[in-house]
Design a protein around this ligand. Structure first.
Ligand code: 13P
Ligand code: SF4
Length: 306
């Protein structure tokens, strides 16, 4: 650690204590951000952590839909983001109007929205999900029901394939996970034949098909920790290498491509987190009428996941 980083860490930790703030970070955050957080997790466990903390102030080191989810589930708490511009381009591809138009055509359908959506989209959806529980939730829906999965077509396709179920898909996908290509992956596998391939289900279907395991960031970390293998090819954002290497010092982790970087996740820095707690900004707000409806879809996700 550079000495300037040491100063920033001390400054941040002091402020965190002064403000009695609870810091929740995603595994795609910079290593130094993950290291000062009270909780680091995947999207689902971040949502549960926000609900469970008794702290009145939560600082979310993640993109906007993660902070919005905390606001929707805990409207009585103060939720801060260190970088209001940190967003998810895939989440922003879909609007509430897209969902309402589909609902008009198929009034009996069930809209399953990935947590990577704006609050307004959650508010018009029936049930929310994350990559860790999407298959489980869809399995609980009535067998003949028409399902619209939004907005990630790769995640939707991968679940439909796994469950052998027909699902209508929206057209978007994650620009970061799109960077994992089959040819490059197979070339790496030739170089590291003993390595297990672990990918996120936001990857292209042909990539998920050749993987040894596909799951949420938390599930990938759990798989690598309990596996007998010594090396792994990782098909998800590079931030995950930090918790993987920390928990498994004797194992080797090879990123599927150097392009696995989410610029929005990486736009959060220790300096911005210090500024955020110093000035108690930027407060994340979701309009009450949207919040109340979006909460139904999120609470349903929690109920169906248990
Ligand atoms: P999970 O951490 O829920 O697997 O999500 C990955 C992701 O892309 C979040 O934006
Ligand atoms: Fe969105 Fe992809 Fe970044 Fe996750 S990694 S926040 S899905 S752009």
């Amino acid at each position: 650690m550079r000495s300037s980083d040491g100063y920033l860490v001390d400054r941040f930790l002091k402020l965190k204590e002064e403000r009695s703030a609870y810091v929740i970070a995603h595994y795609y955050q910079r290593p130094e951000v993950q290291d000062v957080a009270d909780f680091v997790g995947d999207s689902y466990s971040m949502a549960l952590a926000a609900r469970e903390t008794s702290c009145q102030t939560i600082l979310v080191a993640g993109v906007d839909f993660m902070a919005e989810t905390a606001v929707i589930l805990c409207p009585e708490k103060t939720v801060l983001t260190p970088e209001p511009e940190a967003t998810c381009p895939m989440a922003n591809d879909i609007t509430a109007r897209d969902v309402l138009e589909y609902k008009e055509r198929y009034p009996d359908s069930i809209v399953v929205c990935y947590v990577n959506t704006p609050a307004e989209v959650k508010a018009v959806s029936d049930v929310c999900c994350t990559s860790s529980n999407a298959a489980k939730i869809i399995e609980k829906l009535p067998p003949g029901a028409r399902i619209f999965f939004i907005p990630d077509r790769h995640l939707g396709h991968n679940i439909a394939h796994r469950l052998n179920r027909s699902i209508d898909l929206f057209h978007s996908c994650c620009p970061t996970h799109e960077e994992v290509r089959l040819n490059e992956l197979l070339e790496l596998k030739r170089r590291y034949p003993a390595a297990k391939i672990l990918v996120h289900p936001e990857c292209r279907p042909e990539v998920v098909e050749v993987a040894d395991f596909a799951g949420s960031t938390k599930a990938i970390i759990q798989y690598a920790g309990s596996s007998d293998a010594d090396s792994f090819i990782i098909g998800t954002e590079c931030g995950i290498l930090h918790p993987l290497q920390k928990a498994n010092p004797g194992k080797e982790f090879i990123l599927a491509t150097e392009d696995l970087i989410c610029p929005n996740m990486k736009s959060i820095t220790l300096e911005k987190m210090i500024h955020s707690l110093e000035h108690m900004e930027t407060r994340v707000e979701v309009e009450e009428s949207v919040r109340d409806k979006a909460r139904i879809a999120l609470e349903r996700m929690i109920e169906y996941s248990s």
